[in-house]
Write a protein that binds this ligand. Structure first.
Ligand code: XLS
Ligand code: NI
Ligand code: NI
Length: 442
């Protein structure tokens, strides 16, 4: 392949310089080559760049058009632009030292006038992505289909009242899955952008949920047909753009998957901002997925708690991330998942360097949280505390309860004849919060 010209000529490959550096274009905590427990930090963290934000986001909002102008977008031929954009993206992935990227079909390639034309264009641009993956070593963490932007999906894709739209969405997802497979994608994501409703006045909720489940079953069947081995991931989000989305949060997602016999085929892609929109902490969503053995991947970002929508900001809140990381590591990690920066620049952050600052901060915060969480888990103080808190279930009648060997009658007898009134014990929350603070500011 001909040598690509530099699209980010002012920025070098970002070096690791350690916590003391003054260089804003250096990592302080993310040292991709550092080996920890026999694996590099790059391997542990599996950072990924979200193509839609980093390379299709222009800073538009409901009150005004884009503010971010990139030179490679100037060309007239949309397919040509798509290819140069990919080259700029892969230069960025390499310079920011991210081993993975993620995309929607329509992020990397423009949509044609017919499905056949769209498929042709996507195949062609995906070929270019494949070549760039080969020369750079950057891999695809996951692919997905954009089943929410085109007006045909205004009333949903799999949950659209029109079977024609369902069929179109199925065809589009089929192609996106096949492209993901061709590019070696390790996962495939379903975010049900418009799979919900605006008003129940025009909605058959039961039927729509059944249709969504049917769609996912068809996806599972197609993966089997083509031999796609990637992990399927559901990305819950409670609302926006819909008033109510069916996969509201991890708990409702689990209930949905189990209701329709899909639970073996899916894990969860948990997004920080979606967790908080659902009224949960990020750590809560991770714990709920982990408890069900369904923790898959992370869309790494942050919301603004004062705003009621998905602001998709880069997360530098080390406390929040450390708590999340504790739960992730305790669950055994993310497997084929990774940390995908589903986060965008603020509208006035228009310089190419801003894209680097944003990701450097996000990666450093996660890397620091990773190190802190490892230290916290290694010292085991919280684990010991929690274990002791439940110790009464480890022996005697407590163990009988856990093992199903006690019933209401036997427990009543026990309390009446032997146990009497339980002794209250402090939950010691403030003590534990101070302990956490000590780790964060040593
Ligand atoms: C939107 C979602 C979306 C998914 C991929 O809120 O986060 O970006 O990650 O479709
Ligand atoms: Ni997301
Ligand atoms: Ni989101």
């Amino acid at each position: 392949m001909k040598k690509a010209r530099a699209h980010f000529p002012t920025v070098p490959v970002i070096p690791y310089e350690g916590p003391g550096t003054d260089n804003p274009l250096a990592f302080r905590h993310y040292n991709p080559d550092e080996v920890i427990d026999g694996r590099t930090m790059a391997d542990h963290l599996r950072f990924s760049i979200a193509y839609w934000h980093a390379f299709r986001g222009v800073g538009a909002d409901p009150f005004g058009p884009g503010t971010i102008v990139r030179p490679w977008e100037a060309g007239r031929d949309p397919v040509g632009v798509a290819k140069v954009r990919l080259e700029a993206a892969f230069e960025f992935f390499q310079k920011i030292r991210a081993p993975f990227y993620c995309f929607h079909d329509r992020d990397i390639a423009p949509e044609g006038k017919t499905l056949a034309e769209s498929n042709r264009i996507l195949d062609q641009v995906a070929g270019h992505a494949h070549a760039l993956q080969k020369t750079t070593g950057v891999k695809l963490l996951w692919g997905t289909a954009n089943l929410f932007s085109n007006p045909r999906y205004m009333c949903g894709a799999a949950t659209n009242p029109d079977a024609h739209v369902f069929a179109y969405a199925a065809a589009q997802a089929k192609q996106a899955m096949e492209v993901t497979q061709r590019l070696g994608g390790e996962n495939y994501v379903f975010w049900g952008g418009r799979e919900g409703y605006e008003t129940l006045l025009n909605t058959d909720l039961k039927r729509e949920q059944e249709h969504l489940a049917r769609f996912l079953h068809l996806a599972v069947a197609h993966a089997k047909t083509i031999g796609f081995k990637g992990q399927f991931l559901i990305e819950p989000k409670p609302k926006e753009p819909t008033k109510h989305q069916y996969d509201f949060d991890v708990a409702s997602g689990i209930a949905f998957l189990r209701t329709f016999g899909l639970e073996k085929h899916f894990k969860f892609n948990i997004e920080t901002n979606h967790a908080t929109l659902a009224g949960h902490t990020f750590q809560h969503e991770i714990e709920v997925a982990a408890a069900a053995g369904m923790l898959g991947s992370i869309d790494a970002n942050a919301g603004d708690l004062l705003l009621g929508w998905d602001t998709d900001q880069f997360n530098t809140d080390v406390r929040e991330l450390t708590l999340a990381m504790i739960s992730i590591l305790r669950a055994g990690g993310l497997g084929s998942g990774g940390f995908n920066f589903d986060a965008k620049l603020r509208r006035p952050s228009i310089d190419p360097e801003d894209l680097f600052h944003a990701h450097i901060g996000g990666m450093d915060a996660y890397a620091l949280a990773f190190k802190l969480a490892r230290r916290i888990l290694a010292e085991g103080k919280f684990e010991t505390f929690v274990r002791e808190r439940y110790a009464s279930f480890d022996t005697g009648f407590g163990r009988d309860i856990e093992r199903g060997k006690a019933d209401f009658r036997s427990l009543e007898k026990l309390v009446l004849t032997k146990l009497g009134e339980p002794q209250p014990r402090s939950g010691r929350q403030e003590y534990l919060e101070n302990l956490l603070l000590a780790y964060l500011h040593r």
